[in-house]
Design a protein around this ligand. Structure first.
Ligand code: TTP
Ligand code: MG
Ligand code: MG
Length: 419
């Protein structure tokens, strides 16, 4: 948007002023459920209230996906090995997760938010951004509206949730984290930098362990220090990523809240040289396409919550079949669902000209969400295969299910993104 600044007609200068003002005065809310997976377990078993609860895979070699705030007091945190968590918190209640239940509750929360807010982006399984700019003018103050929405969600779902409200996504996300658990935090217009200044640089989204070590070695601990540095200097030391971090530290983030419908989906399809009724061939094609698309999904660190199968018959009639699934990025889970759709819907045995698959309802979090029906071996296998694919290209790997599938002569479209 700001690119229009360069044009210097009076009209455009006016436009620029309005745009900047609008951006500066946006009201962006970020909401994130508190210890989400644990909270869902607590809905089903109230005896877990107030206890150190840890969700991890069933094997001792799994990792912690979610832990209650009581467990955090023992030093337990997400992504820690379950083994270490058991050592730190032997009295903890360890539960192997239930992705179906978490996905269901995630969708319920999304529905409540979408039924009330004008512009909503579902950013991960338990977080949403809402653009509620202008709310002050027409309804009630944005802060009161936000507070009431949080109350509604908690009343209707029984799940604790926190939020942050400011003029941009970065500041609001950090505000949510500061408000947790069970809290809300408003950052008044103009006070964004001041709010960020005393916080550890580690709290800045995009500053992972490696960047943090690098920043610490430069003597940077607080966001305030970055705020005082020249962007050019910071960029020279930190590279391109440095500009982004510097901007965020200075509360500059013009990224819009991207409504759900505009979030990308991914799809791929294959047109056969010769129309077919061979079910085994169709199945192998689905498996092959899933491998390809799920790899793209993981590369983007996303998970999908909905799969679609597309069949075009020889008379060009096209049918699509859709199924909501628990959020996942694992080939074997997605493949099972798509094969189910094929079995259920390809019953007429008429000639098929084209077959396609699509993943939608994409949200961030592949690295986060450890699927509980995945063994550690399975996760390692995906990681190893993805590594080879990244290095040598997708054709370097084909799992047994997709072998013998050569796409020779078949008009296969590579995975694309649909709006
Ligand atoms: P988070 O929102 O990061 O964590 P949380 O909801 O458990 O706790 P809080 O927000 O109060 O700090 O992640 C949401 C869910 O995603 C979490 O409940 C479980 C899952 N998850 C994983 O499976 N693995 C991970 O490493 C992380 C961080 C989350
Ligand atoms: Mg959460
Ligand atoms: Mg979250």
């Amino acid at each position: 948007m700001l690119r229009f600044v360069a044009i210097s007609s009076l009209k455009n200068r006016y436009f620029w002023k309005v745009t900047v003002k609008e951006i500066m005065e946006r009201r962006v809310m970020h909401m994130d459920l508190d210890s989400f997976f644990v909270s869902v377990e607590r809905l089903q078993n109230s005896a877990l209230m107030g206890k150190p609860v840890i969700i991890c895979g069933s094997s001792d070699r799994g990792v912690v996906s979610s832990c209650s705030y009581e467990a955090r007091q023992f030093g337990v945190h997400s992504a820690m090995s379950a083994k270490l968590a058991r050592q730190l918190c032997p009295q903890g209640i360890f539960i192997s997760g239930d992705m179906d239940a978490y996905s269901k509750h995630s969708r319920i929360v999304t529905e409540i938010i979408e039924s009330r807010a004008p512009v909503v982006e579902k950013a991960s399984i338990d977080e949403h951004y809402l653009d509620i700019s202008g709310m002050d003018k027409y309804i009630k103050t944005a802060t009161l509206w936000a507070h009431e929405l949080r109350e509604t969600i908690m009343q209707q779902t029984g799940l604790p949730i926190s939020f942050g409200l400011s003029n941009n996504k970065t500041v609001s996300k950090i505000a949510t984290n500061e408000a947790k658990p069970n809290g809300e935090k408003y950052i008044d217009l103009g006070l964004e930098k001041q709010f960020l200044a005393p916080l550890s640089i580690k709290k800045m989204p995009g500053v992972g362990d490696k960047t943090y070590v690098q920043l610490r070695s430069m003597g940077i601990e607080k966001i305030e220090t970055v705020q005082q540095m020249q962007v050019g200097l910071f960029q020279r030391v930190m590279g391109e990523n440095g500009v982004l971090i510097w901007k965020r530290c200075n509360a500059i983030d013009n990224n819009p809240v991207e409504p759900y419908s505009e979030q990308k989906s991914m799809s791929t399809e294959t047109t056969f040289d010769k129309d077919t009724t061979d079910v085994q061939h169709l199945k192998r094609m689905v498996v092959s396409m899933v491998h390809e698309l799920a790899f793209q999904l993981r590369k983007q660190e996303k998970v999908t919550g909905c799969v679609t199968l597309k069949l075009r018959y020889s008379d060009f009639q096209t049918h699509t079949f859709q199924m909501k699934i628990p959020y996942t990025a694992s080939d074997h889970v997605i493949q099972k669902k798509l094969l189910e759709l094929l079995d259920k819907n390809y019953t007429r045995r008429v000639l098929i000209r084209l077959i396609g698959i699509k993943f939608s309802h994409l949200v961030n979090g592949f690295n986060q969400i450890n699927l509980f029906d995945d063994t550690e071996e399975m996760v390692k296998l995906y990681q190893a295969m993805d590594k080879i694919r990244l290095k040598f290209g997708d054709s370097a790997i084909k799992k047994a299910g997709g072998l013998g599938m050569g796409r020779r002569g078949e008009g296969h479209l590579p995975p694309g993104k649909d709006a």
